[in-house]
Design a protein around this ligand. Sequence first.
Ligand code: NAD
Ligand code: UFG
Length: 338
Amino acid sequence: MTVLVTGGAGYIGSHTVLALLEQGEQVVVLDNLSNSVVESLRRVEQLTGRSVTFYHGDIRNAACLDEIFTQYHISTVIHFAGLKAVGESVSNPLEYYQNNVAGTLTLLQQMQQAKVYRLIFSSSATVYGTNATVPYTESAPVGATTNPYGTSKLMVEQVLQDLARAEPHFSIIALRYFNPVGAHESGLIGEDPNGIPNNLLPYISQVAVGKLARLGIFGDDYPTKDGTGVRDYIHVMDLAEGHLAAMRSLPRVNGFKAYNLGTGVGYSVFEMLRAFEKASGITIPYQVLPRRAGDLAACWADTTLAKQELGWKAVRGIDVMMRDTWNWQRQNPQGYQS
Ligand code: NAD
Ligand code: UFG
């Protein structure tokens, strides 16, 4: 039996592929390399001593999916492929709905045709939108998303629920990630954003290696512990292990289930900055800027359900997140091009 990982060359995908291989799974990756390089998978192979079958292709290409489902006996699909830049989704919504929604529809149709009924989908805490209160439980209201990226995740969750209702032989888990950070402890694989990073920790670590001059902090007047935004940062290897736990639970899932993958702890921007400085020994210059449009004051998870039903919880704390972020950035100042 083989696991198909869409978007497996990307940040979270590559770490999950590594965890799957270490568990002895056979893995096929389908990725169009629109936001990744195949070097990530070569390094995963180097770390595990195992090989990954790689298809350079697109989830919107039914023929490519058909070939994979015909060629391999796929038991489960872990579906990471999609676009994820919030700002870009506002200026180019059609690309986002094409890749994230239409792409997932094509994947689901091909799964249906091939009688592959087990799916894990990369959702996001962004589906809670502005209606929920912290800590977010899975039963909190979803909707009121503030950008096409978030709406695309919400739309896919809706499609998955409708499909699972119509065809109860499907077992589908949507994992709502909070803020993934960090890298594999080897420092060989990690997050390699294109251009100027949108996210906090990649930005801080690029300041640390001198690629960027200073961090801009988007607002210090939020109603939080120190005025800066608070988020639930989760180590990417904890996230990868969350996928393994979800995969083990899939046979017990009839229909659709959603789980939060977070730590349940919120850290402010200043706390993240200080923790990074402690781990790296480098002082990060910063300036406080106006709030960024669409940002929430605070967002963190209630992690009870994943603990109870998946038997999983995050075990890596903020010091490990910072150590591994810095280890990756220091060894690969230009990302995979280093
Ligand atoms: P990433 O961009 O590193 O990985 C996504 C991968 O999908 C990339 O390798 C990209 O080349 C590939 N891809 C994109 N469109 C494709 C298509 N049409 N066909 C085939 N491959 C395609 O992003 P990531 O951080 O690893 O995120 C993985 C998933 O998790 C995404 O669906 C993202 O929306 C979701 N997610 C990420 C975060 C985060 O902060 N990183 C938070 C919540 C949810
Ligand atoms: N921040 C800064 N300066 C920066 C970058 C971020 O001050 O240069 C602050 C933000 O204002 C926020 C915090 O750091 O308070 C975290 O910001 P990120 O951009 O790292 O993460 P977000 O929580 O804004 O976004 C993440 C994912 C999105 C997802 C969203 C909601 O990156 O994909 O969570 O779930 F949509």
